[in-house]
Ligand binder design. Structure first.
Ligand code: MG
Length: 238
């Protein structure tokens, strides 16, 4: 898991270095795929449920599952969510980060900051004997206190030999509810936060998820392990 997650994190770093005005999301996807394959791993998302690329790249009002395309050219001020996983020696890692493209507005930066912070608020609750609701509640409270909304239609998840496993890890909920967390569990915590309302809509390509009201959306994700000593973030670079 640690190796698969490290490769996933490094692939995300490669993506971040490639985000700049004038670049297509397909070019970024190609760099990600080459990096992962060079490590002897394979992109977890490629072919998953028929997904046609190695990473989901979701720009501005796209929440998640954006399909990389040569026609999607990044421009100054965009926010670019990249979600990528690597499969290595039988295990998956999964992580996401929303990158600014060039100089972004203060409003957009505030959304990124709040979403990233909410992920760490969730991670703090990923301790043995807590429940998934403790994570969701911490994320939701942090986000809603800043007048943003948490996406309900998509949630975090267990991750391991399969990319998506039980339990579901919602980014909303009540303390003390949900599945109990125990040492050895590995989960992906991944708040998706909208500047406007939480509702989403899926485009005709059956993948791209957008905010129903057209507002900006950000997404940050880590794969973490529950250990006797607390949460351990696995998706970190060497
Ligand atoms: Mg995930």
């Amino acid at each position: 898991m640690k190796d698969a997650c490290r490769i996933s994190a490094e692939a995300l770093r490669v993506a971040g270095e490639a985000v700049r005005p004038g670049v297509s999301t397909l070019e970024i996807d190609t760099k990600i795929r080459r990096y992962i394959e060079k490590q002897g791993a394979s992109p977890s998302f490629l072919g998953y449920g028929g997904f046609p690329a190695s990473a989901c790249i979701s720009v501005n009002n796209v929440v998640i599952h954006g399909i990389p395309s040569k026609n999607t050219i990044l421009k100054e001020g965009d926010i670019v969510s990249v979600d990528v996983g690597a499969h290595y020696r039988g295990y998956h890692g999964d992580n996401a980060y929303t990158f600014p493209c060039g100089k972004i507005s203060a409003r957009a930066q505030a959304l990124l900051n709040a979403t990233r912070e909410s992920l760490y608020e969730g991670i703090k609750q990923a301790v043995s004997m807590n429940r998934t609701g403790d994570i969701g509640n911490a994320v939701q409270r942090y986000v809603e206190a800043r007048s943003y909304s948490v996406v309900r239609d998509y949630v975090g998840h267990g991750v391991g030999a399969k990319l998506h496993e039980d339990p579901n890890v919602p980014n909303y909920g009540s303390r003390g509810r949900g599945v109990r967390l125990l040492p050895g569990m590995t989960i992906a915590i991944e708040p998706m936060v909208n500047e406007g309302a939480h509702q989403t809509r899926v485009l005709g390509d059956k993948w791209t998820v957008i905010t129903a009201d057209g507002s900006l959306s950000a997404h940050f994700e880590h794969t973490i392990a529950i250990t006797p000593d607390g949460p351990r973030i696995l998706t970190v670079c060497d």
